[in-house]
Design a protein around this ligand. Structure first.
Ligand SMILES: NC(=O)c1ccc[n+]([C@@H]2O[C@H](COP(=O)([O-])OP(=O)(O)OC[C@H]3O[C@@H](n4cnc5c(N)ncnc54)[C@H](OP(=O)(O)O)[C@@H]3O)[C@@H](O)[C@H]2O)c1
Length: 316
């Protein structure tokens, strides 16, 4: 089968597209022919050697995608050949065929478009746990989302708005700003503009997946507020003065999606909760950008440039 792989950590030039042996199915596995594969920031961290990656020679990146089952292991009862599934936590996804343990497979509800599901899988389940397990905001609260027009940002901000929370955010371009406003945000600021002083100690919660902005995030929350820190798209966060935090009763919460997807039950109830926002028409996201898997390098460069708006997908 064809796959996108790399042998050494480094910049996007380490990526190679070529022939590798197809996986061999086990009793509790599904063999899936990939339709669309999600590209995520974590794949960049992994390619650079800065994040956990499954041992494999050569490394194959990617943990998320949508595809069609082409074979089922002998113990599999709940799926059949020909079913379409989503997965968000299975290694070696940057390939034409992926072995999915049956417990990691997520059913795609009838009526939801496969491309949409591929565009919302991992980022959507992240937005879901950030909002419902960490933020737990109440209607009427004011929250701020950094990178509001990114993949996680678009879904997170619309989950929060749909739940009655007032969403503010920041982004880098007027185009992204208009998109976030059209998706229901109260106010969207341009990064590096002069709005920050006015919003010091204003928000109940700041959602920060940029990392380098963590000190600002802490200053934006009011006493007893919290920062939900969940990623480093803009670079590593600065050192935090915990004694100062304590003196203002400010908190930092963190979380990794994988610790919230530890069983098939969790995958099912969390994905149902996420899909319901789309089925009820409460969330609209921008069209994903699709690259052929063979052009994985271009896709990595585009994601790292910060210019993307929403999901990047790879098509085998
Ligand atoms: N904790 C978890 O379980 C989990 C799961 C998934 C993702 N994440 C994290 O969530 C964050 C967002 O992921 P995503 O998939 O939504 O990515 P994304 O679509 O690329 O969005 C990230 C946004 O960050 C903004 N940004 C600010 N500074 C940047 C910089 N120096 N370089 C690039 N972008 C910059 C960009 O928006 P503007 O141009 O508008 O500022 C960009 O759209 C990442 O840090 C990722 O690692 C965490």
């Amino acid at each position: 089968m064809k796959a996108l792989y790399f042998e050494n950590f480094g910049d996007s030039s380490v990526l190679t597209y070529g022939e590798l042996p197809a996986p061999i199915i086990g009793d509790d596995d599904l063999l899936v022919k990939m339709t669309l594969i999600g590209l995520n920031y974590a794949d960049i961290y992994r390619r650079k050697g800065e994040y956990h990656i499954e041992k494999h020679l050569p490394y194959i990146n990617g943990y998320e995608g949508v595809g069609t089952i082409i074979a089922c292991g002998s113990n599999v009862k709940q799926f059949r050949k020909g079913d379409d599934i989503l997965f968000v936590d299975v290694p070696f996804a940057n390939a034409e065929q992926v072995l999915v343990p049956v417990e990691n497979a997520i059913k795609i509800p009838a009526g939801l478009d496969k491309k949409l599901v591929a565009s919302i899988g991992l980022q959507g389940l992240t937005a879901d746990f950030l909002a419902h397990d960490l933020g737990k905001n109440q209607p009427g609260e004011n929250v701020f989302v950094h990178g509001i027009s990114g993949g996680v940002g678009q879904i997170l901000s619309q989950i929060l708005s749909a739940d009655g929370i007032n969403v503010y955010g920041a982004t880098s371009t007027v185009e992204k700003q208009q998109l976030a406003l059209a998706q229901g945000a109260e106010k969207v600021f341009l990064r590096n503009s002069e709005w920050e002083k006015e919003y010091t100690s204003f928000f109940d919660t700041v959602y920060d997946g940029i990392g380098s902005t963590l000190a600002d995030s802490i200053s934006f929350i009011k006493n007893r507020g919290k920062v939900v820190f969940f990623g480093m798209a803009g670079g590593n966060p600065p050192e935090i003065d915990f004694i100062r935090l304590l003196s203002q009763s400010k908190s930092i919460l963190t979380g990794d999606l994988w610790d919230y997807l530890t069983s098939s039950n969790e995958r099912e109830f969390r994905s149902k909760r996420l899909f319901s926002y789309f089925q009820d028409g409460k969330i609209q996201i921008s069209e994903p950008t699709v690259f052929p898997l063979a052009q994985g390098k271009k896709a990595h460069d585009f994601l790292e440039s910060g210019k993307s708006m929403g999901k990047i997908l790879l098509e085998p």
